[in-house]
Design a protein around this ligand. Structure first.
Ligand code: GAL
Length: 456
């Protein structure tokens, strides 16, 4: 259990629509399970011949996520395998939309929610993404009964519960804890160029410069837009420190502070060492540059561990941890866990509500979490996991989670709701092109005033 969770929700939420009526959607309004009777009962002699009856439609469960690629799809598949065993009569419809961090999925989801056509359950991050976006818009049912029935208040970290709750009611089921501030590196590349792993931001820059001088054109692998914002978020933590970083998102620290400007300027320094095609690379493409020895470093969340070490036939790289790839917190963020949590929920108007409740029960179970997380590259949200099932990186992450200072990820939904985050993404897109640090800082001041807790 983390000692400190500085994330305190800002009071920026739109007044939530009342959900009480939706929460009581009677189960009786659902079509009865179509497959049950036919399979188990012998037809009575007087019944009409089977051929004249319409074939029974199989019940379904539609689950929406963005887990289609290396590392991610394998984790979802592990959960689907349990689902299929537990629910042979309910077809799992995998509605995943490709694109890391939901870069495409979230737009598709927003359209469906606006049209009143929600999936039966969808992936969303604990924190402002869940509470300040979907709950604020009245799009989710509260899950109080499910939490009580499954004893989840006893097994999920007490610090996580407020991030999925509003007015004391929980709205989603966390399946994992991810860490965003991980520097992945290729130890063979460092050894080849006689460069030691950095210990702080300055020695990281020194290492990058040494690699470039030695002929490595782009020692820091980078990918598309959201991975760039994630990289800056970790540099901001390094330069501002955990306490100030959290206060910035809560409206208790000033975005005009010199440390914020320094983080943006430091980001610009890192950009001198990245691959020129970064805008077109997925996070897996960037990770692979490190795996292949074409780059030395990459900052990525620990889903990269699933991709590096997962099975080749599952779309992963099958590498050996500590030999083929290694890790450390982003230099300057040692002792800080930049956290996020994937969670699933029950949308208002879900077509297969009973099946969705079964899915959420699986998501919150020890069996589900211990099948999903070792493959996904995350540690379980539950505190009673079987640690022996987890690899060397994840065991180290569990140890860090229990002792580090925990802060919330910007890009992965913890500290800013989607409206604010989308504005930051737009401003960052402009900054990537003009590299104007003061201008980007001014845009952070402005977006906090417009969408965040800085508004007066
Ligand atoms: C995050 C998500 C992770 C992982 C990552 C890359 O937002 O929480 O589970 O999928 O995106 O796609």
């Amino acid at each position: 259990m983390p000692k400190k969770l500085y994330v305190v929700f800002a009071v920026v939420l739109v007044v939530a629509m009342t959900l009480a009526a939706c929460a009581k959607t009677p189960v009786a309004t659902q079509a009865p399970a179509a497959t049950e009777a036919a399979a188990t009962q012998a037809p009575a002699a007087t019944e009409a011949p089977a051929a004249t009856q319409a074939p029974a439609a199989k019940q379904q469960l539609e689950v929406f996520s963005w887990w289609t690629g290396g590392g991610e799809a394998a984790g979802l598949e592990a959960m689907i395998a349990i689902w299929n065993k537990q629910n042979p009569d309910i077809e799992f419809v995998n509605a995943a939309v490709a694109g890391g961090a939901g870069s495409n999925a979230k737009a598709v989801l927003a359209t469906r929610l606006a049209a009143g056509d929600p999936p039966d359950s969808f992936q969303g991050h604990a924190g402002q993404e869940m509470i300040g976006t979907y709950v604020a818009a009245g799009q989710l049912e509260p899950l109080d009964d499910l939490y009580k029935a499954n004893g989840w208040y006893d097994v999920f970290p007490a610090t996580l519960i407020p991030l999925i709750s509003k007015d004391g009611h929980p709205y989603s089921v966390p399946v994992n804890i991810h860490r965003a501030n991980v520097l992945w590196y290729n130890p063979k590349v460092l050894a080849k160029y006689n460069v030691t792993a950095p210990t702080d931001f300055a020695s990281w820059l020194t290492a990058l410069a040494a690699l470039k001088t030695a002929g490595m054109e782009a020692p820091l692998a980078l990918g598309e837009n959201w991975t760039e914002v994630q990289l800056w978020e970790t540099v901001l933590i390094a330069d501002a420190g955990a306490d100030m970083y959290t206060k910035l998102w809560n409206g208790e620290a000033d975005w005009n502070d010199a440390k914020v400007l320094k983080s943006i300027e430091d980001y610009n320094k890192l950009m001198e060492y990245v691959n020129s095609d970064y805008a077109t690379l997925s996070w897996q493409d960037a990770s692979k540059l490190v795996a292949d020895g074409d780059a030395a470093f990459n900052v990525m969340g620990d889903w990269a561990d699933g991709y590096f070490s997962g099975k080749v036939d599952g779309g992963n790289l099958g590498l050996t941890p500590e030999t083929d790839y290694a890790w450390m917190p982003v230099p300057g963020t040692q002792g800080v866990y930049d956290f996020l949590s994937d969670s699933f929920n029950l949308p208002v108007g879900a077509k297969n509500r009973d099946a969705a409740i079964k899915w959420l029960t699986l998501c919150g179970s020890k069996e589900g979490q211990d099948a999903f997380n070792p493959v996904k590259g995350s540690i379980p949200a539950r505190n009673d996991a079987d640690k022996s099932l987890y690899g060397v990186y994840l065991q180290s992450a569990m140890a860090d989670w229990s002792k580090d200072t925990v802060v919330g990820s910007l890009w992965h939904g913890v500290v800013a709701n989607d409206t604010w985050k989308n504005q930051i993404a737009t401003d960052f897109g402009a900054f990537i092109l003009d590299k104007d640090a003061a201008k980007f800082q001014a845009s952070m001041v402005a977006s906090c005033a417009q969408f965040g807790p800085c508004k007066k």
